[in-house]
Design a protein around this ligand. Structure first.
Ligand SMILES: *Cc1c(COP(=O)(O)O)cnc(C)c1O
Length: 384
């Protein structure tokens, strides 16, 4: 929570900076553990949402595994103490060096996205005298009803193996001596706030399980990926997503075999609400319909609005004057560098502190140096 005491401390910090509410993150993780333990589910934190070492430490300390999409993410997980046997590695374009690194570090599972990738992993495993545990990332052709840039589970997307390829793949797998198929993996998209697509996913997984069993292929674990959405419009009302309903849905609809494990890979739902991007107003400039509030943070610090028209709640924590509409923009030389159009803010002036909420996921980790910007600062609630 952004109470007056915290705000007054933050007023003296050099802007722009990310503020992380460590207590909220820990509460979120406790809730995840409480709800997932009811069913014995295994949870991996998706590092790509936020790979800040302190955030990684807190996730690791809560007992989560790691979901990685690059060799450097595998490395970051290992360096921050995640158990190697709780690391999964996905991604459509794993390089040879990344695969070798993961093999040498004995990770839990490679989530594989094409026949050719499995062929290469088999060759590299052979050279390294080991067996690679893999899951097939299957594209279930389930529509996540989310923004098209963050939909991943449709046949038209680049991710995963299409169902019509499974026959050929299972035949090929028999010829690979250094591959062990241990799981089926799915990930249908991100910021999914209606649970219906997850139910569709469960039903698809049930069908696929039967398909494999008919071919006498027995699967040790089902990994249903991540994608649970958060409330960007009312972050204070719903600071912790409804993990109870989410995990219960999988328990109710997934037909799990005895001893089969169920894995999840959550990113956004864990870290989004604990992060806020703070920025100061540099200038107010007259526009035609509304005035511009020009901030010292831009798309280089938080690219989500520019990249996929994402909504973030914007607050002026310095003013309590009457509301006026502002186009809230950054300083970067791109017209898409805009955090929100006609945003109602209390009358705003140079020097006011602006909070851009729900920015803990896909915020700091996507920061860039475009326009030769400085690296964004970070502040933690337990260090101020
Ligand atoms: C991005 C990603 C996730 C996490 O997605 P969220 O929407 O942040 O929960 C999980 N699994 C894979 C394979 C991903 O690429």
């Amino acid at each position: 929570m952004l109470n007056k005491e915290i705000i007054s401390k933050l007023n003296n910090v050099q802007t722009p900076f990310y503020f992380y509410d460590v207590i909220l993150l820990q509460k979120t993780l406790s809730k995840i553990n409480e709800e997932s333990n009811k069913y014995g589910f295994h949870i991996h934190y998706a590092l790509k949402a936020n790979a800040n070492p302190k955030i990684l430490q807190i996730n690791k300390n809560a007992g989560l595994g790691a979901d990685c999409v690059s060799g450097n993410e595998v490395k970051a997980a290992i360096e921050n103490g995640f158990d190697n046997q709780k690391i999964v590695f996905a991604g459509v374009g794993k390089s040879d060096a990344e695969i070798i690194y993961a093999l040498q570090n004995n990770i839990f599972c490679f989530n594989c996205e094409s026949i050719q990738e499995i062929e290469v992993i088999n060759e590299l495993a052979q050279k390294n005298n080991c067996t690679a545990p893999i899951a097939l990332r299957i594209n279930p052709n389930v529509n996540a009803n989310t923004h098209h840039y963050i939909t991943t589970g449709l046949e038209e997307n680049k991710f995963g193996i299409n169902i019509w390829e499974l026959d050929a793949i299972t035949e090929k797998l028999k010829t690979f001596s250094n591959i062990k198929l241990i799981g089926l993996h799915f990930h249908i998209g991100s910021q999914i706030s209606d649970l219906q697509p997850f139910k569709s996913l469960c039903l698809k997984v049930n069908e696929l399980q039967k398909w494999f069993e008919q071919r006498k292929i027995y699967i040790e674990h089902i990994n249903v990926g991540g994608g649970l959405g958060i409330n960007y419009h009312e972050p204070d009302k719903e600071a912790i997503p409804d993990f109870e309903a989410y995990f219960k849905l999988f328990h109710d609809f997934l037909e799990i075999r005895p001893h089969q494990q169920v894995h999840f890979e959550l990113g956004r739902a864990i870290v989004a609400q604990c992060g806020t991007l703070f920025s100061k107003v540099l200038y107010i400039k007259k526009g035609i319909k509304t005035n511009f509030a020009i901030l010292d943070a831009g798309m280089t610090e938080l690219i989500r609005p520019a990249l996929y028209q994402a909504f973030h709640k914007i607050e002026n924590v310095s003013s309590d004057k009457p509301l006026q509409p502002y186009d809230v923009v950054g300083p970067i030389c791109e017209s898409s560098d805009c955090f929100g159009k006609a945003v109602l803010l209390p009358q705003t002036q140079r020097g006011d502190l602006i909070a851009i909420r729900s920015a803990g996921a896909y915020g700091e980790v996507m920061a860039s140096a475009y326009n030769l910007r400085d690296r964004v600062n970070t502040v933690y609630s337990d260090e101020i």
